[in-house]
Design a protein around this ligand. Sequence first.
Ligand SMILES: *Cc1c(COP(=O)(O)O)cnc(C)c1O
Length: 366
Amino acid sequence: MSLDYLALANAGVEKLHPYQPGKPVAELERELGISNSVKLASNENPLGLSPKARAAIERSLPELARYPDANGFALKSALAGKLGVNTDQLVLGNGSNELIDLVFHTFVAAQQQVVFSQYTFIVYAMATQAHGAQAVEIPAKDFGHDLDAMAAAITDQTKLVCITNPNNPTGTFLTKAELAAFLAKVPRQVLVILDEAYTEYVAEDERHPSIDWLAQYPNLIVSRTFSKAYGLAGLRVGYMVAHPELISVLNRVREPFNCNSLGLAAAEAALNDEAYLSEVVELNRREMARYETFFEQLGLRYVTSRGNFITLDLQRNAAPVYEALLREGVIVRPIAGYGLPTCLRISIGLEHENQRCMDALAKILA
Ligand SMILES: *Cc1c(COP(=O)(O)O)cnc(C)c1O
């Protein structure tokens, strides 16, 4: 006996497809019977954990029989000090992905409109669909957000606008002037998530002062994560910064123990390891430049990126090149699911990993 489970599910679920993660190394090696493959597919930090984060995890092990601190007091205090905000302006999540979902659970009802760009983080489209809300996807401009068109698309039905800067999967970047002009146009009752998952990779003088903007825009929600530059993707810690009353509304819906003890402790330690962060950013800058030079030498098109990844446009179906790279033991990310079937996204790895990728690409494309 079976049931029509899809018919039982909530309205948006029928049209939803599971998130397609980057291919795990172990899976590729099992399938091809190879070893030594490299994964440059999920924008993970190639340097691994900061030694301080690792030590903090070890110190937390004896406490694992206890529930974590539901308020994340220590991490929030550290973040508040670093960002110059109050702890009541912060909410912590099981990755920022959970917090994006939390904003939807809390604020977005069926039929309401959510505005986001073509070629952006797919989680926005998924959450919109899951809530039976209406996606208003604005065609991209030069692989990135067209903020004028996004502002023009806001209607009385719009509840939320989602912006990713730097954008994933294309790496495009909106300047502070562009973003400030956009925020000034958004009506107060329309919430804006500004997803800054890659902000640590942006040179400080180019970064937009999003935390300062919070005082001016009570509808602004800044989203960040420990999964990328801080190297803690496996521990799932992200945070949002917003008006204290907005945070307090989110806290009504948030699961009390959404962040685990190891993640909380590791994130706090990682936040204070500035030497590690500088090393991460410097490696990324250096290796990004190497990819750009390599692509130029091969006459390949790419999108200039401010993230820890670079998107290559092969201007033909990229799937065969993706498959050929797999056979060379190099896992990159096809982004046909984002509407970019001619592109591959390559996460910036260690020097020798990037070299493997470049050598394999040169061989395949020769
Ligand atoms: C990787 C990424 C995130 C972070 O997800 P976590 O759940 O914090 O690991 C959020 N937004 C974008 C655009 C990303 O690329």
